[in-house]
Design a protein around this ligand. Structure first.
Ligand SMILES: NC(=O)c1ccc[n+]([C@@H]2O[C@H](COP(=O)([O-])OP(=O)(O)OC[C@H]3O[C@@H](n4cnc5c(N)ncnc54)[C@H](OP(=O)(O)O)[C@@H]3O)[C@@H](O)[C@H]2O)c1
Length: 314
């Protein structure tokens, strides 16, 4: 099968390679990946920034999420069969034609959801539902989301709005109408952010979620109690009292709450935008595009030999 391996740490560390098709061990499922999604985690790993936290034996296939079709199941697997359309997190790395994983990391793709849309959801759905389970905002309260146009930020924003919260979201000016379309009140980040926050949320802010760092927790400490802010981007914010939601990405499971997001997406009640699409042989460029950091939603890569039209893209 065709893969991309992380050959060495650094911006040019990804190399195309071939390998034996990944085969499922007992209790595992093998999936032909028709679409995979890029996470900021991928280029942080590629750059070597997480080499202590997530040790890899190079060369290694990286990449965490995608969608495709089950091609074989190991003994003892129940709930998935050859031919099922699935999405989720992949133990053997998603930058591959075929990847293996544990069934608890997968969900069936509901009818009505394209393969590309399904590939865009696992991390956004799992992270957003986990964050909100930790944050537990007061009913009908105001919550600020830093980086609300991003993949996880837009999901958190939509789930909060659905639950009756008032959401103030930070984004660049080009994303303000988009945030309004999600039901949020947009403000800019950087200079003026705290004044704008005060102006649009004079009733007070119960909680915050920080997806991008940039010293957000410190900046808003006068208006939001840092102990009521969760960050997935700024590990240093723990010193200010914020809750850092980390976790081992190789052990992230597909929770029922995350599966429910797939059903909401299939019914058109929630969405993750697809910021840009790449072919499999453009995978290094897909990471570079994600790394520039100003995306509205997910970067999706078509699986090896897959046309965009095969995965539901025009
Ligand atoms: N710990 C975990 O379990 C976990 C799980 C998932 C993700 N994460 C981490 O969570 C973060 C978010 O992931 P993601 O996939 O949602 O990222 P993403 O989609 O790449 O986020 C991009 C967004 O960040 C916004 N942004 C850029 N600079 C900003 C700034 N200075 N202030 C505020 N917003 C800014 C951009 O808004 P504009 O385009 O409008 O500028 C863009 O919409 C990443 O660091 C990721 O590694 C952690």
């Amino acid at each position: 099968m065709h893969t991309y391996v992380l050959d060495h740490y650094g911006p040019d560390g990804l190399e195309p390679a071939t390998a034996q098709d990944a085969a499922p061990a007992p209790g595992e499922v093998a999936v032909r990946l028709e679409a995979l999604a890029i996470n900021p985690l991928d280029w942080k790993i590629r750059n070597g920034w997480l080499a202590q936290m997530i040790p890899l034996s190079l060369p290694a296939v990286i990449g965490y999420e995608g969608a495709g079709t089950v091609v074989s199941v190991g003994s003892g697997v129940t709930g998935f069969a050859v031919g099922d359309r699935v999405a989720g997190f992949f133990d053997s790395g998603a930058y591959a034609e075929v990847a293996v994983t544990r069934p608890a990391r997968l969900t069936a793709i509901p009818s009505g959801l394209s393969t590309a849309q399904a590939a865009a959801l696992p991390t956004a759905a799992e992270t957003a539902t986990r964050i909100l389970g930790m944050l537990r905002p007061q009913p009908a309260s105001t919550v600020v989301v830093n980086g609300a146009a991003g993949a996880v930020g837009s999901m958190v924003t939509q789930l909060l709005v659905r639950d009756g919260h008032r959401v103030v979201g930070t984004a660049g000016p080009a994303n303000h109408d988009y945030l309004r379309s999600l039901g949020a009140i947009p403000i800019g980040y950087g200079a003026g952010m705290v004044d704008d926050l005060r102006a649009v949320a004079s009733e007070g802010i119960d909680a915050g979620y920080d997806t991008t760092g940039h010293e957000f927790v410190d900046a808003v400490a006068e208006v939001v109690d840092p102990h009521r802010i969760i960050t997935t981007a700024d590990f240093a914010a723990a010193a200010d009292g914020a809750i850092v939601a980390g976790g081992d990405p190789t052990q992230v499971m597909m929770t029922d709450a995350a599966r429910n997001v797939f059903d909401l997406a299939a019914r058109g009640e929630i969405r993750v935008e697809i910021a840009r699409t790449f072919r499999f042989d453009e995978l290094p460029a897909a990471l570079a595009h994600n790394e520039q950091g100003h995306l509205r939603g997910k970067v999706i890569v078509a699986g090896y030999d897959r046309e965009f039209s095969d995965i539901g893209l025009a």
